[in-house]
Design a protein around this ligand. Structure first.
Ligand SMILES: C[S@@+](CC[C@H](N)C(=O)[O-])C[C@H]1O[C@@H](n2cnc3c(N)ncnc32)[C@H](O)[C@@H]1O
Length: 316
């Protein structure tokens, strides 16, 4: 590739390779562009190249060619990690690529992979020792939930989704309240969070998510509705692991209020979005009120374990 290739030329060459049926060639061109424009930073060239890579991965989900999608997504993830000079456990990289391909989710932003690796690592440690159901509140297209399922499925080959629950409005975020405001504007991530904090954001059609999840794990229970109303469906259950990813104060607090009393001893509730003011305040308030020891990860999550035998923080 010539040194003075423009971004436009990179993108249109990649399109031409893809149109000719050579997705790997397209990906190679895009990564050459990535190297030329040093797109590790959140600049517009980087964004355009990551979008183009994400679109190629997504196209296999659209075609229902999940196996090729898995391979192509794994290739993209590994090449991006190499450029970031970061690694994840190969087993998790495979789970991440497969979950992204199975749910039609772009593998970017790359930093998500480190956060989800911590989630799955903690989940596997808890699931190996504690019995009970598993829930995720806030699934969007189902990426993190699919990772939990795939990781559990690797350890339990005959399992078809029994005891796993998803809760989501499937109408996106609810209305932010007072405690969701107060972003630290000096924080580089604040603008991104503010852009995302919009009622209805992350809405994904229920049927689409159900199809994504049930294709692999037909016994998973998907509960459609606003939190906490949707929880009545699991009133009698006991949980070993609950993943909260609803971003905002009220649904995070409602989820903690509901699931903590139903958590088995040794069970864990973890929240994503510990860098969002609402989720963070809810977790802090809940733990202070119940005198619980909260553990924060270095990937913007926080978790609490019921009982005395603490699991070590996953950031070590
Ligand atoms: C950031 S997305 C979840 C991302 C997902 N865990 C993943 O890995 O891609 C947040 C989700 O929370 C759901 N949500 C937010 N507030 C909710 C509420 N009050 N009740 C039910 N679902 C809600 C949204 O519909 C959305 O799917």
């Amino acid at each position: 590739m010539p040194e003075d290739y423009t971004l436009q030329e990179v993108l249109s060459d990649a399109d031409a390779y893809y149109a000719a049926g050579d997705a790997r060639g397209a990906i190679e061109v895009l990564f050459q562009g990535w190297d030329q424009f040093e797109t590790g930073a959140a600049d517009s060239a980087g964004e355009a190249i990551r979008l183009a890579l994400g679109r190629i991965c997504y196209s296999y989900w659209v075609k229902r060619d999940f196996e090729t999608g898995r391979q192509i997504t794994a290739m993209v993830v590994n090449a991006a990690l190499e450029r970031a000079r970061r690694t994840v456990e190969p087993e998790f990289a495979a789970v991440y690529a497969e979950a992204a391909a199975a749910t039609g989710t772009s593998p970017f932003p790359l930093q998500r992979i480190f956060r989800h690796q911590n989630l799955v690592r903690l989940f596997r440690r808890v699931a190996a020792e504690i019995a009970g159901d598993v829930a995720e509140c806030g699934c969007a297209r189902g990426l993190s939930f699919m990772e939990l399922c795939l990781a559990f499925g690797r350890d339990h080959p005959d399992w078809a989704g029994e005891g796993f629950h998803v809760f989501d409005s499937f109408e996106g975020l609810s209305e932010p309240g007072e405690k969701d405001l107060g972003l630290d504007q000096s924080d580089a991530g604040a603008a991104q969070i503010a852009r995302n904090m919009v009622p209805g954001n992350f809405a994904v059609a229920f049927d689409l998510v159900r199809e994504n999840v049930h294709r692999r794990f037909p016994r998973v229970e998907l509960h459609r509705g606003w939190i906490p109303n949707a929880f009545s469906a699991v009133a009698g259950r006991s949980f070993r692991f609950v993943h909260l990813d609803v971003d905002l104060y009220q649904p995070t607090l409602d989820s903690l209020d509901y699931f903590f009393p139903r958590l088995a001893v040794g069970g864990v509730i973890i929240t994503d979005d510990y860098n969002w003011p609402g989720a963070r305040t809810a977790f802090l308030e809940f733990c202070a009120r119940h005198r619980l020891q909260l553990q924060a990860t270095d990937t913007s999550q926080a978790f609490v374990q019921k009982g005395s035998d603490a699991v070590k923080p996953n950031s070590v």
